[in-house]
Design a protein around this ligand. Structure first.
Ligand SMILES: Nc1nc2c(ncn2[C@@H]2O[C@H](COP(=O)(O)OP(=O)(O)O)[C@@H](O)[C@H]2O)c(=O)[nH]1
Ligand SMILES: [Mg+2]
Length: 403
């Protein structure tokens, strides 16, 4: 199956072989994309002898994103902007760019988001070099983010992925990745129905990372990138649909790789970090705590009638506390996530099950924000790591639930 239109294929063929491809997905990013393109250009020029290509795959922006992309001067390095076919979403854009990079014989494909404001040429180097040097099959970003940014990462993707597969990957869904040719082949070989699922939307990041951990012939690396500054979202206001797409994909993959993770009892080993960690500042980010708690309470009321009849008795107090206070502590959260990962997988109404996790997520984020609001970034980071360790200690419960 192909993800590219005839015209895009012809234009790609005209470029010949390109060593490093930078792929930039976009959707209404006219304000920020030009800066990203310039940094990508500099990265290819400085570190890879100008042997590269810059791609943009757009989701039908209503603003000037594509024109801004095309008008940004990249001198000797060619650019191509195209739109994908199929389901609307970031995943459709990424798989199309994977095919495009593969077509031009790229050794490494680097994805960077078009809303990045802290990207530098070194990002391209650090995401691509471990692959170009034959050390890694896939590179995830390792950056500092504000303690209230990356809540889906911190509360679920980081701890669960690390504990399942025994590799500590701090940013499994960071959005900025390096992809080897071997992994491009793996991704392109998946069954067509993959591209009708949440993998075609925001599930793509956790999907690519999980497949790389489990199917890569070389290790997964992390690239030290400094700070991530981008258009941030308040979890209580913007992250609901993204949450179900990401976590629904994470749960589906647990089924696929059950034999692997159920047999793995090791404490997660930190994936190698490429490049020096620099001291960096993050931008302030405001989270509306009262709104989060209210969303958690209202959401819990909504899902109550659906959830309550199937909920094991010991879990009822977790739900009751969210109904009353809109908060949820770490052990209760992990326990509920473990239970739901299997339950959602088994039932017909997967979407309803996934939606019933949202109030728990809001409540968990509210508790985290409340606890760490006056803490330093470092201390909040330790709290996130503590929850990963707790999930590790509780892994036996997960294995039981899935038996
Ligand atoms: N082509 C395409 N790109 C998208 C779509 N949705 C998001 N993106 C891009 O994917 C990247 C990540 O999206 P963003 O909203 O910043 O998500 P976050 O940073 O992970 O919270 C950005 O570059 C977006 O422009 C889509 O439907 N189609
Ligand atoms: Mg972003």
């Amino acid at each position: 199956m192909s993800f590219l239109g005839q015209e895009t294929k012809e234009r790609l063929n005209a470029f010949g072989n390109r060593k490093i491809v930078v792929g930039i997905p976009s959707y209404n990013n006219e304000e920020t994309i030009s800066f990203v393109v310039k940094q990508a250009y500099r990265g290819i020029a400085e570190y890879f002898d100008e042997d590269g290509l810059i791609l943009n795959c757009d989701g039908g922006s209503s603003d000037q994103t594509r024109n801004v992309f095309l008008e940004t001067d990249t001198l000797s390095i060619p650019k191509l902007s195209f739109q994908y076919e199929g389901v609307a979403g970031k995943g459709s854009a990424l798989i199309a760019m994977i095919e495009a990079a593969y077509t031009v014989g790229a050794e490494a494909l680097v994805f960077v988001d078009s809303d990045l404001r802290s990207i530098a040429p070194g990002w391209i180097y650090r995401l691509a070099a471990p692959i170009a040097e034959g050390k890694a099959c896939y590179v995830t970003p390792y950056y500092r983010r504000h303690k209230f940014d990356g809540t889906i990462t911190n509360q679920i993707c980081y701890p669960i992925t690390s504990v399942l597969y025994g590799k500590e990957v701090r940013q499994p869904i960071g959005g900025d990745f390096g992809v080897s040719r071997q992994m491009m082949e793996v991704y392109l070989a998946q069954p067509p129905e993959t591209w009708q699922s949440d993998t075609a939307r925001f599930g793509i990041d956790i999907w690519m990372t999980t497949l790389a951990i489990n199917e890569g012939r070389l290790p997964v690396f992390q690239a030290a990138l400094g700070a991530k500054i981008h258009d941030v979202k308040d979890p209580g206001k913007h992250l609901g649909p993204m949450f179900t797409q990401v976590v629904g994909t994470l749960f589906s993959l647990m089924e696929r790789y059950q034999e692997i993770w159920a047999a793995n009892a090791d404490f997660p080993v930190t994936a190698p970090i490429f490049g020096d960690l620099a001291e960096t500042e993050v931008e302030p980010l405001k989270v509306d705590l009262e709104n989060l708690k209210r969303k958690a309470r209202v959401g819990a009321e909504k899902v109550h009638d659906f959830l309550r009849p199937s909920l094991p008795l010991d879990y009822v107090p977790i739900l009751n506390r969210i109904l009353r206070e809109g908060v949820c502590d770490s052990p209760e959260w992990i326990r509920f996530v473990f239970w739901l990962s299997k339950t959602a997988q088994r039932r017909a109404e997967k979407e309803l099950w996934m939606e019933s996790l949202i109030p728990f997520y809001f409540a968990r984020v509210a508790s985290f924000v409340e606890k760490t609001k006056d803490w330093t970034e470092e201390d909040a980071e330790q709290e996130v790591r503590k929850q990963m360790k707790l999930a590790y200690e509780m892994k036996g419960e997960l294995i039981e639930v899935w038996k």
